[in-house]
Design a protein around this ligand. Structure first.
Ligand SMILES: NC(=O)c1ccc[n+]([C@@H]2O[C@H](COP(=O)([O-])OP(=O)(O)OC[C@H]3O[C@@H](n4cnc5c(N)ncnc54)[C@H](O)[C@@H]3O)[C@@H](O)[C@H]2O)c1
Length: 333
């Protein structure tokens, strides 16, 4: 039995991944999270479900003293790092908050990881590192040219990881997610950002009547229906890819940078129509102008993930919306 550390494991994706690990391995899992955007309810749900196989450590990732004292007594085999702020708009008006949390805290975490000789490190990166890519589907060797501070924090962290990759005792994978949605079938933990900025949960909340209407930004792009096209990936597919990436770097000892997307594009209008079909609810959509910096089309090339990890996204857009809808219904209040 091993021991894995999940940084940011009380958040949406991290908590789904903790459940995935505890369901699919014999390992003990410790979450370290300061609950800045994570949820105590997610921690409780994991504790109730998995009991003594799960530990929660309330801490900043940069709190070296607290992490040292924990890791000294409880050595871990690898770290999965989900902990970050991720609101693009907020990163533009408060860049310091983003560089401090996403870069400085990650540096401190990495220092602790290296000092404790933890060899394997999996980082949650983002398609935001590409900015507005020249070629679609986007391959991993496309230029990294982020156009907002959030994306820059991810690109900077990737540079720091690359600088460490010369070390004998450190191997990393940087996983560049596209748009993550849905929740695990059992609905143990789901998406609860505040404020919510992602299309599917906003549409589902509007379908439920929690919002009076929703905005659709940009209807004059050169796409099939004029709205922006994005690549969506089910969170359970994403979890499977993380585990595959961990096994891969453990075996190869080589660093890895890989996109995690479905390699399929859906327009905003197509997503909204699917939400209406799945939920059986009509809702008001107000068309607005383009948001600055939104690329018309963003679709991942998933060739590298297939070759390197033997992984492809299996779950459909409908499955993302169904689980997101069921989760909202469960949390109606
Ligand atoms: N949701 C998406 O579609 C998406 C897309 C691309 C990349 N990502 C990346 O995936 C990761 C997880 O995203 P999410 O949607 O689950 O976000 P989230 O906000 O739900 O989860 C982030 C978690 O990290 C914790 N955290 C943040 N800073 C911390 C710190 N300094 N110390 C301790 N804990 C800290 C928060 O409390 C929270 O529990 C992030 O790194 C995000 O940038 C997400």
């Amino acid at each position: 039995m091993g021991h894995l550390l999940v940084a940011g494991g009380a958040g949406y994706i991290g908590a789904n991944f903790v459940k995935y690990l505890l369901d699919h391995t014999d390992d003990h899992v410790t979450v370290v999270d300061n609950l800045s955007t994570g949820r105590h309810e997610a921690v409780k749900a994991l504790e109730n479900r998995f009991g003594s196989r799960f530990t929660f450590l309330l801490s900043d990732l940069g709190n070296a003293e607290k992490l040292h004292s924990f890791l000294h007594k409880n050595p871990v085999d690898g770290v999965f790092h989900f902990g970050a702020f991720s609101l693009v708009g907020e990163s533009q008006y408060d860049p310091l908050k983003y560089y401090y949390n996403n870069v400085a805290q990650t540096l401190a975490l990495l220092k602790t990881v290296v000092e404790h000789e933890i060899r394997y490190f999996i980082f949650s990166s983002s398609a935001a590192v590409y900015g507005i890519p020249e070629k679609i589907p986007v391959k991993e060797d496309a230029l990294s040219r982020p156009i907002n501070h959030y994306g820059k924090t991810k690109a900077m962290t990737e540079e720091i990881l690359a600088a460490l990759s010369g070390r004998e005792d450190f191997v990393y994978a940087s996983l560049r997610y596209f748009n993550v949605a849905g929740t695990d079938e059992e609905l143990l933990t789901g998406e609860c950002h505040d404020p919510e900025t992602h299309l599917i949960p906003i549409a589902v909340k509007t379908a439920m009547g929690k919002r009076d209407h929703m905005a659709l930004f940009g209807t004059d792009y050169e796409t099939r229906d004029g709205t922006a096209v994005r690549d969506y990936i089910h969170v359970t597919d994403l979890c499977e890819a993380h585990w595959a990436a961990f096994k891969k770097i453990r075996k190869s000892g080589d660093p890895l940078i890989v996109n995690l997307g479905s390699a399929r594009g859906y327009s905003v209008k197509e997503v909204l129509e699917t939400v209406k079909d799945v939920t059986g609810k009509d809702f008001k959509i107000i068309e607005e102008g383009r948001r600055p910096g939104d690329p018309p089309v963003l679709i991942a090339s998933s060739e590298k993930a297939k070759t390197e990890l033997g992984w492809t996204a299996k779950r459909s857009l409908e499955e993302m919306i169904v689980t997101s809808w069921e989760w909202e219904k469960k949390n109606r209040k």
